[in-house]
Design a protein around this ligand. Sequence first.
Ligand SMILES: C[S@@+](CC[C@H](N)C(=O)[O-])C[C@H]1O[C@@H](n2cnc3c(N)ncnc32)[C@H](O)[C@@H]1O
Length: 451
Amino acid sequence: MKKGEIKIFKIDDLAHGGDGVARAENGMAVFISLTLPGDLVKAKITKIKKDYAFAKLIKVIEAGSGRIEAPCPVYNECGGCQLQHIDYQKELEFKHNNIKQLINRIAGIEKFELKDVLAADDDFRYRNKAQFPLKLDENDQITAGFYKRGSHDIVPNHDCLIQHPLINRILRVTLEELNKFQLSVYNENNLRGLLRHLVIRVGTCTNQGLLVMVTNGDDFIDKNLIAKTLMRKIPELKGVVQNINNEDTNVIFGKEDILLAGENKITEYIGQTAYLISARSFFQVNTMQAKKLYDTAAKYLGNDRSAKVIDAFSGTGSIALYLADKAEKIYAVESLESAVKDAEKNAKLNNINNVEFKEGLVEEELSELLEKEEIDSIIFDPPRKGLDEKTVDLLLASSIKKIIYISCNPATQARDLKKLKEKYNLVKIQPVDLFPQTYHIESVALLELNN
Ligand SMILES: C[S@@+](CC[C@H](N)C(=O)[O-])C[C@H]1O[C@@H](n2cnc3c(N)ncnc32)[C@H](O)[C@@H]1O
């Protein structure tokens, strides 16, 4: 097999990242995006590594079962979605199977209950937050979109099909206003230019919008006029914020926020619980599915009003506040100061008094909490990298009865379950689809202390 060679491949699997997988004659795995199991395709080899290779789809010769026409006109180029060419039912089957394989292979666990994926009622137009990089098009107009697969070229798109419709409208009106002024756009190669990103958040339940214009420096003289005009033209817009990011980084936000018009936050609901969300707060991007996720956590936690619970990696306190009436006391641990402040405000907003927020690292706060008090259950919702070794060791030395492990990365979850199985039985896993059309999936595992 050589780079540039064109070959016919039969796709027989779907990898965790959403690429179809074929086997070359030498047994090497070949990853081909935009394909699915059952496809017979013509593809060109683009990269060869030691144990695997990548190829670019040229033509589908025979379509596998579940292949559909992707509804998004820029789907083949844009890196935002990976599974639009697959029927949603089939997508759910792949996600289910993927979790099963990871738990079997990485965790080495065969005996557990794997529930059907909780599907989204809306598999399009569900995202409540978008972060658009900007560029100048061939007519020198500011345009926005998402990065091309595997690159930092922007594919313009002002009607992304997985975003809430209000996000797309705010984007279009904002671009129209920005284009009335002679504004420069940030260039990540020479670090020059003003406008870096537009970040738009909306409340799915409240239909409120918040616009953040991320700029390199503050040389933005028309900003107040633009912000006021946008507030007038988009009645749902609650506020316009400028965030200043002067760093040479891929991280979107800088440290300084300036309120240009209106308020710096919106309100959103998950069930009956209200949340204030500001420019940089973490909040699940799919509000309706987040409710199913938190309801699963609630079901697994049970309803013991005398229970003491820890919500580890608590963000703005969303889970702890949602479950507050299911325990006597919840300790919520989060490292980000601003998230803890938001969480405290959200507790007041909901008149909740039995959640105590602790700013700090889970791996440090946990040992203190476990020494101080007998904890009945812990809910983990870590970032993609999962739990660190210190936390796993603490759990293995503890006698906590129940662990509810929520993960946005089933591979690291499986790695952690492998270590935890020494002391904890994996009872069941409920996958929840928060990210239709993409390879991402949320997985809620219930673990109980071995007898
Ligand atoms: C996936 S988010 C969970 C948010 C929250 N549970 C929710 O549903 O909205 C992970 C959170 O963990 C925080 N975090 C990351 N590493 C941490 C650590 N070592 N200790 C405490 N918090 C951490 C991040 O700031 C982030 O808010």
